[in-house]
Design a protein around this ligand. Sequence first.
Ligand code: ACM
Length: 501
Amino acid sequence: MPVPPQLVPHPTQLTLLPGRFTFDAATALTIAPGAEGAAELLRTLLRPATGLRLPSRSDGPVVLALDPALTGLGDEGYGLTVGPEGVLLRAARPRGLLAGVQTLRQLLPVQALHDEPVRGVEWSVPCVQITDVPRFSWRGAMLDVARHFRPVSFLRRYVDLLALHKLNVLHLHLTDDQGWRMPVAARPRLTEIGGLPHGGAYTRSELAGLVRHAAERGITVVPEIEMPGHARAVLAAYPELGNRPDRALGVWDRWGVCDTVLGVHDEVLDFCREVLDEVLDVFPSPHVHIGGEECPTAEWHASPVARRRVAEQGLDGPDALHGWFMEQVGRHLLDAGRRPLGWTETGADLPPYFTVMPWRDTAHGRTAARRGHQVVMAPHRSTYLDYPQSASPHEPPGQPGAVVDLRAVHGTDPAPAHWSPAETARVLGTQAQLWTEYVPTAAHAEYLAFPRLCALAETAWTGRRDWAGFQARLRHHRTRLDTLRVPRRLSPTSVQGEESP
Ligand code: ACM
């Protein structure tokens, strides 16, 4: 019996058939209208190792076709039929074709993933019949580029790795107490001051290029600008936006939650809207994240300006300024045609039109869904990739916390079976978080991300909990990650890239 292809994530339905199809120098593509992007992606991905040009021809044996009548495939599903004489990839929408391209790539010998020419390999794929539709529409990875900056070359490679696993959201945590990485023309000091610690800042054209690169791979880049807490880098640049404008602050140079938060005077709201308007220009994503978590309110309790705001708005007290603040800024995003997104700490702390990411307890996801929120599950016990992957003493030093092993990531259902259909329907999906306080190097980031992102992709795409099957497929999939030079281990230098403050 031939061995079935070892695909990650596993397709919804896969039938292995006898025979193989071989790509060679003469293989041409038949590209139906709307399939041009998928054809270009296939060429881009296969050319470095295989040298295949895959020209377009009206009777090419590899057919890429869009058929809007295939509504059962949704936005991202696809059908793939490989026979000895040809390949037929079909989808209702372009993103489905992009997902199918990644499957074709995994069906090829693993050497097809090399970034340099490989000789002496037959570029053949097994004959199969695949129908594949994701369970969840949000299959994401959050990367914190505020604590440790990563250049855009790293992000483009990260996007490529996400796309291989059919993950479709890169959530970029662009600002925090310890750094500000988002260029804002109207506010240059944000990146002049806030971009200094641990790296630098992006340019607008770098980010626009990243957004394009990601879209060509079916990935949406979702920006996050933190407020009203996690804002010390803003206040180092513009102290007048704080609760004590007389006080000169540096960018926060320690890890952990900082008491300093934005003020609640009109200038602050104008500032947030001004920054977000530039963010919206660069990032076309339907959702825009405005943080919202870990917001100590001691400064508001002490501030006459904040207490005046409480009285004027008829709020219960300074603690209620958090929800009020998120509402002011969330409305601005709604008015601009976007959906505000925030971290939730209870499931009930944000206006109901926010899409929320419950990061503390899984139960908060259900609370939020009952309140009518759309939910992206991000519980720390199973999706925080900065936590160690095992209790082994050989794990590199990192974020102190519970172990999040592969099985925990794989085994956590974003919408558990005992939730009601209405609650489940509000779960858009799930994502993994890579906070980088303790992750100073690119190698360390990739080491922490993989293979746990493979498990998240499996959970979010197939919705199946076949742990034994996943482990077996992962053994082969590891050779793909090796070929892509994703580190299985870390050398001492890749851990100690830089001193943590
Ligand atoms: C978080 O862990 N600060 C959402």
